[in-house]
Design a protein around this ligand. Structure first.
Ligand code: ADP
Length: 166
């Protein structure tokens, strides 16, 4: 039987519980999920590619059905090279829609065999993004509710430990 593989691309700078929710739900639907960290996001990122991959690897089990990788260049070419036909993306507020719609249209124009499929965020993560987490951490706010403990430690290494709430 053919394995249905989905590529879940992103910056993952850093990985959050919102990403992890999409990954776990993706595994319910697809035989295999490839978490693909975009190398072209390096310039504006807080963490290096290696740091981001390492944090993901320590958070999820890099097993038979789940792989962590990086990619460069056109996403659709990478997807085809993986033997996959699906790009998996998460959708949060309406504000995600315009951007995601544009990218999905563009990807389909370049490679019409590749489908982009969206999963709606889980309610608790609807407003959670890596950017918000970085902003809170940079102000020494608590990020425990948003990221796994090892990511919190990595953020504290960059910005200092968070202040206790009064
Ligand atoms: P990118 O720079 O490609 O948007 P991100 O790491 O920010 O990379 O996001 C990767 C994917 O994960 C995107 O499809 C994004 O919508 C999705 N995502 C991020 N945070 C959440 C969340 N809280 N709930 C659902 N999907 C999310």
């Amino acid at each position: 039987m053919k394995r249905h593989i989905a590529v879940y691309p992103g910056s993952f700078d850093p990985i959050t519980y919102g990403h992890l929710d999409i990954i776990h739900r993706g595994l319910q639907v697809f035989d295999e999920v490839v978490i693909a960290v975009a190398r072209n996001s390096e310039k504006r990122a807080l963490f290096t590619i290696e740091e981001r991959v390492e944090m993901i690897r320590q958070t999820v089990e890099d097993a038979d059905r789940l792989r962590v990788d990086t990619f460069d260049g056109l996403l659709v070419d990478y997807v085809a090279a993986q033997g996959a036909r699906v790009i998996l993306r998460g959708l949060r507020a309406v504000s995600d829609f315009e951007y995601e719609f544009q990218i999905a249209q563009m990807n389909r124009t370049v490679q019409e065999e590749v489908e982009t499929m969206f999963m709606m965020t889980a309610v608790p993560y609807g407003y959670l993004s890596s950017s918000i987490v970085k902003e809170v951490a940079s102000l020494q706010g608590p990020v425990d509710a948003f990221v796994p403990p090892l990511v919190r430690l990595a953020l504290e290494a960059k910005f200092g430990p968070h202040k206790e709430l009064l």
